[in-house]
Design a protein around this ligand. Sequence first.
Ligand code: ATP
Length: 234
Amino acid sequence: MLKISELSAHYGSVQALHHVNVQVNEGEIVTLIGANGAGKSTLMNTIFGYPRASGGSIAFEGRDITKRPSHEIAKFDIAIVPEGRRIFQRMTVMENLLMGDTSRDRRTSQDLERMVGMFPILGNRASQRAGTLSGGEQQMLAIARALMSHPRLLLLDEPSLGLAPIYIKKIFSVIRELNTQYGMTVLLVEQNAHHALRVAHRGYVLQHGHIALEGDGRSLLADPAVRAAYLEGD
Ligand code: ATP
């Protein structure tokens, strides 16, 4: 479904990605783990065109999207929940959800019902300003807003970052539910390697902009190098 081949990306003269190869097949949850600054967010953002790839290619369902502007990429059934969530703080929860409704398929009320079914708290807080929600609630809102556009590929950038354990559990169970019940394909960037590798079918370890390891979730979880670098203390 998503094929990233020999991808390189730069910020000025600094190279953040070096010939990265990542593949996400339809129906999979694939995770990308790595330390701070390894290039995880850069890889996600390059899919949407910032920064632009300086080498290699990105294909979605066989079509080259490497040089397409980000508003066009959103039309390709790909949605991103960026790091830091970026919800509209002054708008209500409901207004935020409606901002995500780009599908123009007139199924808005059905979609809203589905989101509230998945995240009941958003129904209870529908007319509340989004900025007054807790971090975990905001993350749920950001995911629900992305789902309003009916993506087939969902990109999640560190959804568990800074959240209380109860919300971390909820976020990962939602990811699993989206995949098993709705067949959603997910690319998940995480520093929380333990949770991410447990939920993912396959994973990649990014180190200094290079793919250092790849494998199925279970074998990466058991890998001594991964354990030493990312799971110490778990
Ligand atoms: P984190 O978990 O901290 O978000 P990451 O793995 O997502 O880390 P990136 O944010 O992709 O890593 O950063 C990769 C490298 O690119 C780092 O060296 C970082 O300092 C650099 N970098 C990231 N964004 C920019 C930017 N806008 N301008 C310049 N350099 C950047």
